[in-house]
Design a protein around this ligand. Structure first.
Ligand code: ZN
Length: 150
């Protein structure tokens, strides 16, 4: 037997979500929260789960950095010009094209749109356009991996 994380009573405890935080609670405290089954809330809520750090490269197509480089050259853009268009530093573009930098997802989408290329793999266009609000959410590559697996 363990003690309820909310009231300290010793009882049969159930994992529950109370104000977005997971607790082990007794039956009476459970009424104030949402019961969790397999750590998933019965009522869908906006739970921010910690993002597992999976291999970030896996969402990008093979040699995406070279793809960016050749697409940029096709458009007759220098690294400086591309950086300017993206509001980024030239060093960032340089590191990206040389494969030393993994761009954050919002920058990746900007690059894709600007260079008219696809450097993310297996991500449906409609997911990119509809499901994710890139402006308001702090989307990470980890989130995208989760979307991909759905
Ligand atoms: Zn309790």
């Amino acid at each position: 037997m363990v003690e309820c994380e909310l009231c300290g009573k010793t009882a049969n405890l159930t994992p529950a979500l109370v104000e977005d935080t997971k607790f082990l609670v007794c039956p009476s405290c459970l009424q104030h929260g949402t019961k969790l089954i397999d750590d998933v809330a019965l009522v869908p809520q906006t739970i921010k789960k910690p993002v597992k750090h999976e291999e970030p490269w896996s969402v990008f197509v093979d040699k995406f950095n070279l793809k960016v480089k050749s697409a940029r050259e096709k458009l007759n853009l220098t690294q400086e010009e591309l950086a300017k268009k993206l509001n980024e530093k030239v060093s960032l573009i340089h590191n990206l094209e040389s494969g030393h930098f993994i761009p954050p997802i919002n920058l990746t989408i900007k690059i894709e749109n600007l260079l008219k290329i696809n450097i993310l793999q297996e991500v449906e266009e409609d997911i990119k356009n509809k499901t994710i609000d890139f402006k308001s959410s702090e989307l990470t590559i980890g989130d995208l991996i989760k979307l991909k697996k759905k």
